[in-house]
Design a protein around this ligand. Structure first.
Ligand SMILES: [Zn+2]
Length: 341
């Protein structure tokens, strides 16, 4: 199978990232895009595939969804003012959210544990539409990130792709034969972080046993590390913020527990990647998320594991890191809004 990218296009710089510009089929409009992450809410004005300006807000634990949405709407108006763009000239608003989104209504059916719990009771697209006067599209954040990479980034030119985002949780998404996978209830492809990798593991917030997320994700790491008898003697016990960046740093210094946690996590992510490859038959697998700041260590190991364990008699899946970085979700959801117009 030919794994070459189809065609070439001029490149331009987007917030420090090189990306490929696609010739637009229709008039390019300015779109307000928002990507809700585990700790930060990113907001940007997107025109075509260019992020014109951006702003970030904190995710406030315990803040209700209505209050968070009102804060986002206020920040969006400020962003437009700073950029000299009237909200009346915007073509729409795209919200990438870490939950299951009902196809059609775009209501939020599930939320990350302990955050925005009341989002299920609110008609989020309708509320945003009322606050900003903009047609609003809501989609899953991992689906938005893969859409961005597929149209403008690392998966551009491929017909079938998967993405695994290693952030606070593990987000996944799939595009098969040129069609983004959604399923009857909006949950196909995006629950790769909740596929069991350890049936002797902990019960996850999703209800399943030993999910990839409960075995190796940023939210699961602190209790997992602290439960180890070696924790008090490890340099990890002195870290202000116990995340995978700290684990990779300590492991490189020779900290034994950190090395074990690192190796275990890479194994979980590699196993998850093989499952995504077996389930969705991609030509390319894109790996993104904050944890990929340690991509130099992670990527070669993922490639080795996949080469050894994935069943792909046709050839090799290309395994690559995100080209759009943190902006993939905003660019992807803005592209979706533009497609809908
Ligand atoms: Zn789960």
């Amino acid at each position: 199978m030919n794994l070459k990218r189809a065609g070439t296009a001029p490149t331009l710089s987007v917030c420090g990232e090189d990306a490929v510009m696609q010739k637009p089929k229709k008039a390019v409009k300015t779109i307000l895009a928002c990507d809700v992450g585990g700790t930060r809410i990113k907001l940007g004005l997107v025109r075509g595939m260019r992020l014109l300006v951006r702003k970030e807000l904190d995710v406030r634990a315990g803040e209700g969804s209505a209050a968070a949405i009102t804060r986002v709407a206020r920040a969006a108006r400020e962003l437009c003012r700073e950029a000299g763009v009237s909200t009346g000239h915007l073509a729409g608003f795209g919200l990438a959210f870490p939950g299951i989104i009902e196809p059609g209504s775009e209501r939020i059916l599930s939320t990350p544990a302990g955050k925005f719990d009341d989002a299920r009771e609110i008609n989020v697209p309708a509320l945003l539409q009322r606050l900003l006067g903009l047609q609003t599209l809501v989609c899953n954040d991992a689906n938005a990130a893969l859409a961005g990479e597929w149209r403008f980034g690392a998966a551009r030119g491929y017909r079938s792709a998967v993405m695994m985002t290693l952030g606070t949780g593990i987000g996944t998404s799939a595009i098969i034969d040129g069609a983004p996978l959604r399923g009857q209830h909006g949950q196909a492809g995006c629950l790769g972080g909740h596929m069991a990798v350890n049936l002797q593991g902990q019960v996850c917030a999703c209800g399943n046993l030993g999910c990839a997320e409960t075995e190796a994700s940023t939210w699961a790491l602190p209790p997992q590390a602290q439960a180890q008898p070696a924790f008090s003697g490890s340099s990890l016990a002195r870290e202000k913020r116990l995340d995978y960046a700290a684990v990779f740093r300590a492991a490189a210094r020779g900290d034994k527990l950190a090395g074990e946690l690192r190796d275990r996590a890479v194994l979980v992510w590699a196993g998850t990647l093989v499952t995504l490859i077996h389930a969705y038959d991609p030509e390319v697998a894109v790996v993104g998320g904050g944890i990929m700041r340690s991509g130099k260590v992670i990527l070669p190991q993922l490639r080795r594991f996949v080469a050894r364990h994935a069943w792909t008699p046709w050839g090799k899946v290309k395994i690559t890191r995100t080209a759009l970085g943190n902006d993939a979700g905003m660019l992807g959801v803005a592209w979706m809004v533009n497609e809908r117009l």
